[in-house]
Design a protein around this ligand. Structure first.
Ligand code: IMP
Ligand code: MG
Length: 186
């Protein structure tokens, strides 16, 4: 597979091209803006590191009446393996006072559901949000351990380990402009 930067990646099978992704995210941005048009000063919280590229594209496709406030946290449940570790860690969880605000959480993927469940509950407990929504680039429903459904899903995928467009395997491949299945780990 030849990437946008001309780099060949032989162990990755493309699932969604950069164009398919940008078309889908434009739709998602429109939908979210429509649903949140009555919300005053929405806060969009990106979950690092996986969501940074999705977040950057999504917010540029959101056009509401009020400017957005953008925040980031860093959560991890995977470590460097391709299996969830079962516990959620929060290496960076430093949010300003966003009590009673309208919050949109932006995540790369819902897999077991542990990370998203932990973080949504944390936000409810800390900030009693006026509204709380979850937008994910990918959903892998077949892997769910904790029942949770995102409000907005870019693509629903099978039980495959995927990389690119922000998602990594062992801190590699986040920069790929497309989404692909990792076929081998060497
Ligand atoms: P969950 O807590 O099991 O839902 O997993 C959430 C985190 O696991 C995501 O934010 C990703 O960082 C990581 N993850 C889950 N599936 C994949 C995958 O297929 N590729 C890369 N990272 C993944
Ligand atoms: Mg990860």
């Amino acid at each position: 597979m030849q990437t946008g930067t001309g780099r060949a990646v032989s162990n990755i099978r493309e699932l969604y091209s950069a164009k398919q992704i940008s078309d889908r995210i434009a739709e998602m941005g429109r939908q979210i803006s429509e649903d949140m048009k009555g919300c005053e000063r929405p806060v969009v919280i990106g979950v690092m590191k996986g969501a940074i590229i999705f977040m950057a594209d999504l917010v540029r496709n959101m056009a509401g009446k009020d400017p957005l406030q953008i925040e980031f946290v860093r959560l991890s449940s995977y470590g460097s393996a391709t299996e969830s570790s079962g516990t959620v860690q929060a290496p960076y969880l430093d949010l300003p006072n966003i009590k009673n605000r309208h919050i949109l959480v932006v995540e790369d993927i819902v897999d077991s559901g542990r990370t998203a469940t932990f973080f949504l509950q944390y936000l409810r407990d800390q900030f009693d949000p006026a509204s709380l929504r979850l937008a994910v680039f990918l959903d892998k429903p077949s892997r769910r351990v904790v029942p949770i459904e995102a409000d907005y899903v870019g693509f629903t995928i099978d039980d495959l380990f995927v990389v690119g467009y922000g998602l990594d395997y062992s801190e590699k491949y986040r920069e790929l402009p497309f989404l692909g299945e990792l076929l081998s780990t060497d």
